[in-house]
Design a protein around this ligand. Structure first.
Ligand SMILES: Nc1nc2c(ncn2[C@@H]2O[C@H](COP(=O)(O)OP(=O)(O)OP(=O)(O)O)[C@@H](O)[C@H]2O)c(=O)[nH]1
Length: 390
C-alpha cells in the first residue's frame, strides 16, 4: 500500500481546502443565496487556514509548538462552523451560540490533552473531537430525511461513515494502541487522513451540487407559484383546474369557479406606494384562504385578479362563499405605515359546464365580474345559468 507521511497528508488537505475556497469565490449561486452560504464559505476558509498552518508546522516553517495548537484550534472552529452551516440549512438559525460553546470546550479539551501528552493523547482528542463535529454535520444533513433528495441522503450517510472512521482512529489509539490483527495503527492513521480528505470533497462539492439542486427546484416552483402571495399563478391554477374540467363531463356534483378583481387598486399604489399595494394583495389572499375549505384553491391570475376553484359546489353555494369573502375584504382594512387602507372587490361566479373550455369558462366568469363592476363594484354576480335541457 502507498504510504503517505503525516506532513504530505496535511499538505494535501491544505491545498485541497485552498482550491475549494478558490472554487467558492467564483461559484455563481444565482439570485437566491442559500441561507447557510456565508457560514459554509467561512468554514471552508477557516479550515483552509488551519490545514495551511499545520502544513507549515510539519514542514518546519513555523515552530511546531505554535503550529499544532494554533492549527488545531482553527480546525475545530472551521469544522464547528461547517456543522453549524448544515444545521442552519436544516432550519435551525440559532446554531452560532451552541457551536461557539462546543468549539470552546473542544479547544480547551484539546489543549489539556496536548499539555499532558503531545503525541498519543493529543491525537486521541483531535480524532474524537473532529469525528464528533462531522457527525453533528451528518445528523443535520439527514435531519429532514423524508424530504431530502437522494444526493442529500447520500451526503448524510457518507459524512456519518467518514466521521466514524476519523473517530475510530482516536478510539484505537486509546483502546488498542498496538492495532488489531491487520488493522495496524499506521493503517488507521492513513484511513483517517483519507477520510478527512473525502469529507472535504464530499461536503465541498456536495454542498455546491445541493445548491444547484435547490436553485432548480426553486425555478420549477416559480413557474407555477406567484412569489408575492405564494399561491398558484395563472399556469399553476390552470394545471389544477384541468382534472376538474374533465370531471365536469361526467354526471355528478358541479365544480364552481369564482373570479375576483380588487376595486380601484390603482389608487392604493398611487396613494400609499407599491409596497403597501403588495401588502394588500397578500392580505386579500389570506382573507380568501380563511373562508375556504382545504379542498378549495385560490390562485392569482394576473395583477389584482384572482380565481377560486370550489370543487363539489353549486352556483348558489359558490355565491355564498364569494359573498363571505366580499364581506371579509370590505370589513378588514389593511394597516400600512401611513393609514388603514380600506379595500373592496368585485366577484363573478359560475360553474363548469360539460362543454366548457377554459376560454368559455373564464369568459363567462369574467362577464359576471364585469357586471359587478358596472353595477357599482363591491358585489357578487352570478353568470347566467346553463339553459335547462328539455
Ligand atoms: N402593488 C402592486 N400593484 C399591482 C400588482 N399587479 C398589478 N398591480 C396594479 O394594480 C392596478 C390594477 O388596476 P386595474 O385592475 O386596471 O384597475 P383598478 O384601479 O383596480 O380599478 P377597477 O378594476 O376598474 O376597479 C394597476 O395599477 C397595477 O399596476 C402587484 O403585484 N403589486
Amino acid at each position: 500500500m502507498m504510504n503517505l507521511d503525516a506532513t504530505t497528508m496535511v499538505l494535501v488537505l491544505a491545498l485541497g481546502n485552498l482550491a475549494l475556497c478558490a472554487v467558492l469565490t467564483f461559484f455563481d449561486h444565482g439570485p437566491v443565496r442559500p441561507p447557510s452560504w456565508a457560514a459554509w464559505a467561512l468554514s471552508k476558509q477557516v479550515q483552509a487556514g488551519a490545514w495551511t498552518v499545520l502544513a507549515l508546522g510539519g514542514l518546519g516553517v513555523v515552530p511546531e509548538a505554535l503550529a499544532l495548537p494554533g492549527g488545531y484550534a482553527l480546525l475545530f472552529a472551521g469544522v464547528a462552523i461547517e456543522a453549524g452551516a448544515a444545521w442552519e440549512e436544516a432550519g435551525h438559525p440559532g446554531w452560532p451560540r451552541p457551536a461557539l460553546v462546543l468549539c470552546g470546550l473542544a479547544i480547551l479539551a484539546f489543549f489539556v490533552c496536548y499539555l499532558i501528552d503531545e503525541q498519543g493523547l493529543r491525537s486521541v482528542a483531535a480524532s474524537l473531537l473532529l469525528g464528533a463535529f462531522y457527525l453533528a454535520a451528518a445528523l443535520a444533513l439527514g435531519a429532514r430525511w423524508r424530504e431530502a433528495s437522494l444526493l442529500q441522503r447520500f451526503l448524510a450517510l457518507a459524512t456519518a461513515v467518514l466521521a466514524l472512521v476519523v473517530a475510530a482512529r482516536g478510539l484505537s489509539v486509546l483502546l488498542l494502541p498496538g492495532g488489531w490483527r491487520w488493522l495496524s495503527s499506521e493503517l488507521l492513521r492513513q484511513l483517517s487522513g483519507a477520510a478527512l480528505y473525502l469529507l472535504m470533497l464530499a461536503n465541498g462539492f456536495g454542498v455546491l451540487l445541493l445548491a444547484r439542486e435547490r436553485a432548480g427546484r426553486e425555478l420549477a416552483r416559480l413557474e407555477v407559484v406567484d412569489p408575492l402571495t405564494n399561491v398558484p399563478n395563472r399556469r399553476g391554477f390552470f394545471n389544477a383546474l384541468a382534472p376538474w374540467m374533465a370531471l365536469a363531463r361526467r354526471p355528478g356534483l358541479p365544480t364552481a369557479l369564482v373570479v375576483l378583481d380588487l376595486d380601484g387598486f390603482k389608487r392604493v399604489n398611487d396613494g400609499y406606494g407599491h409596497p403597501a399595494g403588495d401588502a394588500v394583495l397578500r392580505h386579500v389572499v389570506e382573507l380568501c384562504k380563511r373562508q375556504l375549505r382545504d379542498s378549495d384553491l385560490v390562485g392569482r391570475l394576473v395583477g389584482v385578479e384572482f380565481a377560486i376553484l370550489l370543487p363539489r359546489t353549486n352556483l348558489d353555494e359558490a355565491s355564498l362563499v364569494a359573498e363571505r369573502i366580499r364581506a371579509a375584504i370590505a370589513s378588514s382594512p389593511v394597516k400600512s405605515e401611513r393609514a388603514m387602507i380600506a379595500m373592496t372587490a368585485s366577484f363573478g361566479v359560475t360553474v363548469i359546464r360539460p362543454e366548457d373550455s377554459t376560454v368559455t369558462l373564464f369568459q363567462r366568469a369574467d362577464d359576471a365580474l364585469q357586471a359587478s363592476k358596472r353595477a357599482g363594484r363591491n358585489r357578487v354576480s352570478q353568470a347566467v345559468p346553463a339553459p335547462v335541457e328539455t
